[in-house]
Write a protein of this length. Structure first.
Length: 277
């Protein structure tokens, strides 16, 4: 491939063998390169063809964002790929770069955003959360800043949205909100502080996460002939009010009720969580 123009030391626009323009990303790939030079293929980490939907957006960002911020973002993506043992979707180069640049600008202007769901992210997506915490430490150390821990939640959302889990940032945030609402309502109704360190809570959060995903995707569990079960009437009596409150909250917020079988499964998991029998 032949260099068309240099965007920064780690990004350039090149012509491929079909004379089509593409954006190449790689550590030091454009260092000391000029138009007409041959690209060092060994340094290519990511290729964005002109046919990809976000290529123009990436070029625009690379022209506006400071090179240091791009290098930081690239390092975070490389770290995430290693830790997750997979390659994040190419969209991460656009969304995370834009977010990191905005976060740095906000902090420089004295603006700090409250994420509000760090516990849920840590419990539901531990690997992505650990990567996000590393990323925040790396940003702060590299730029001599002290951006608060809440920013790791926003970074984690971008990693989750561009991983093999395949949900966009809007859905990921909605899953977290629904899961948080479920746990808060349970704590308030039963006047308890849930132990977030135990395996029982972890299992409950996992169920709540997948319930939220099914709910958002309109694919709730419905009655199945080979999956019919009954609940202890005493258990139903002790949980029916809180189940009703949860259902009303979801219906008011998102315009959809829980199915009969989702309510039954949720009842089982609440009973296990609180040892109700």
């Amino acid at each position: 491939m032949i260099v068309k123009s240099v965007l920064n030391n780690s990004a350039l626009i090149a012509f491929n063998d079909k004379k089509e323009e593409c954006v190449l990303i790689g550590k030091g790939i454009a260092f000391n390169k000029h138009a007409g030079d041959k690209v060092d293929d060994a340094k290519v980490e990511k290729i964005f063809s002109s046919h990809q939907s976000r290529t123009d957006e990436l070029i625009e960002l690379l022209e506006d964002v400071p090179e240091k911020v791009f290098e930081i973002t690239n390092a975070i993506i490389r770290y995430a790929n290693r830790k997750l043992k997979t390659e994040l979707n190419s969209g991460i180069y656009v969304t995370l770069l834009d977010h990191v640049n905005s976060a740095i600008e906000r902090f420089s202007e004295g603006i700090v955003l409250d994420f509000g769901m760090l516990d849920e992210v840590q419990m539901m997506y531990p690997k992505e959360y650990e990567i996000a915490c590393w990323a925040l430490d790396y940003i702060n150390a590299t730029l001599d800043m002290d951006i608060p821990i809440d920013e790791s939640g926003f970074i984690a959302i971008h990693i989750i949205a561009n991983s093999s889990k395949g949900m966009d940032t809007g859905i990921a945030k909605k899953v977290l909100r629904i899961t948080r609402d479920i746990t808060k309502i349970i704590e308030e109704y039963y006047n308890v502080n849930l132990d977030t360190t135990g395996i029982t809570y972890s299992r409950f959060i996992t169920h709540a996460k997948y319930l939220a995903l099914r709910y958002i995707n309109h694919s709730q569990i419905e009655e199945q002939e080979d999956n019919i079960f009954t609940l202890n009437p005493n258990v139903v009596e002790k949980t029916k009010e809180v189940i009703g409150i949860l259902n009303d909250r979801l219906n008011e917020t998102y315009g959809q009720s829980l199915s009969k079988y989702e309510k039954m499964y949720l009842t089982i998991h609440i009973c296990r969580l609180l040892k109700i029998s």
